[in-house]
Design a protein around this ligand. Structure first.
Ligand SMILES: [Mn+2]
Length: 363
């Protein structure tokens, strides 16, 4: 693999259906995946007769350095149509697939106009092709995700020593970000969820001014970014004390998560079966209606990506990274979620999360 990005681009070309000449990639995230270059105004035109990366003067020099394996062109506003029509003619492009999931209608109209005579095809096919490439993580991608996860774990351990009675959820979320950034996170993978007490029943609660008190469950759903790659982990901890009911619910979620992970460790490769492995444990205990979301999702350059671990099913792609994150949410009372991130291998799975999952009581 002399050049990983050239290799990825060639992979894309090899799966584009014959009736299309190529693809136009203009989303920042897919542009980064195929070129290694991060740019919010890049137009990567990929065809069987050649590739061109077009950007504006703010990025031309950096793009030229990053994309030494591909022609880089600069356009300016007034000559946009001339530049792009010229490319269509030079490469003999009659039609191009576009990223229909990631393009605005305004962008679609603009690119249809400037790329004439090429026609654009927004049938969703390109999005599916790209997700099927991105889902298979290479070793560099796994290294980044592990590094991101490692920072998140070290930071959460720090948070466990930082928690005291009276501190707010917002304080904990801020401390998490500050500490993680200092440990080398480029940024957080998403706005951290810190949900205490009754707020824990809302799976995506926003950290607020509620103060931590004895008897609380506190759910932390946190992640970091390294090299553009995300990590994702959830831990629910108790502060001060727990009731028997809280402990019971915690252990049901823990068993549900373990059951789904065991399914993956044993080589299970169906998304619906993995979802059911977690869900059935919760259902059998009578809490099925309190677990409303899917069991997990793919992670990578984005925090939520293909595939979805849910009833919809499908094969779990080899070398994909997925989360396993069942929960039980009792409205107005409390909630528990536990989430690990796993790497699917040919014969099983590797847990990329190393933090303990047994219930801990802080304070
Ligand atoms: Mn998640």
């Amino acid at each position: 693999m002399a050049n990983k990005f050239l290799w990825r681009t060639n992979q894309l070309i090899s799966v584009i259906p014959e009736e299309y000449d190529g693809a136009l990639i203009m989303s920042e995230i897919n542009g980064r995946y195929f070129t290694g270059f991060n740019c919010d105004n890049g137009y990567f035109i990929v065809t069987r007769s050649g590739c061109v990366y077009v950007t504006d003067s703010r990025y031309t020099e950096a793009a030229g350095k990053a994309l030494d394996w591909c022609e880089v062109m600069e356009y300016s506003g007034p000559d946009m149509k001339k530049t792009f029509c010229g490319i269509s003619q030079k490469l003999g492009i009659k039609n191009l697939l576009v990223e229909s999931d990631r393009m605005t209608l305004t962008q679609y109209r603009m690119m249809s106009e400037v790329l004439q005579p090429a026609a654009l095809a927004a049938d969703g096919g390109l999005d599916k092709l790209i997700e099927s490439l991105r889902v298979h993580k290479d070793s560099d991608e796994i290294v980044c995700m592990k590094a991101a996860q490692n920072i998140a774990e070290q930071t959460l351990k720090h948070i466990f020593t930082f928690i005291k009675e009276g501190v707010t959820e917002a304080d904990l979320a801020f401390e998490f970000e500050f500490y993680a950034r200092r440990l080398g996170a480029e940024r957080l993978a998403f706005d951290s969820i810190v949900a205490s007490g009754e707020n824990g029943s809302m799976p995506h609660a926003v950290p607020g001014q509620r103060r931590i008190q004895s008897g609380d469950f506190i759910t932390f759903d946190v992640g970091c970014v390294v090299g553009g790659y995300h990590s994702d982990m959830t831990r629910t901890v108790a502060y001060g004390s727990v009731s028997d009911e809280q402990r019971g619910i915690y252990n049901i979620v823990l068993r549900a998560q373990q059951n789904a992970m065991d399914y993956l460790f044993a080589g299970g490769d169906d998304l619906a079966e993995c979802d059911a492995a977690a869900r059935d444990v919760i259902k059998a205990e009578g809490y099925g209606e309190y677990f409303g979301h899917g069991t997990g999702h793919g992670v990578g350059l984005e925090i939520h990506e293909f595939p979805s671990v849910s009833y919809r099913g499908g094969k779990i792609p080899e070398n994909s990274v997925i989360t396993v994150e069942p929960g039980i949410y009792l409205p107005g009372r409390f909630g528990v979620r536990i989430e690990d991130m796993l790497y699917k291998t040919e014969t099983g799975a590797v847990d990329l999360t190393s933090m303990d999952r047994e219930l801990i009581i802080l304070g």
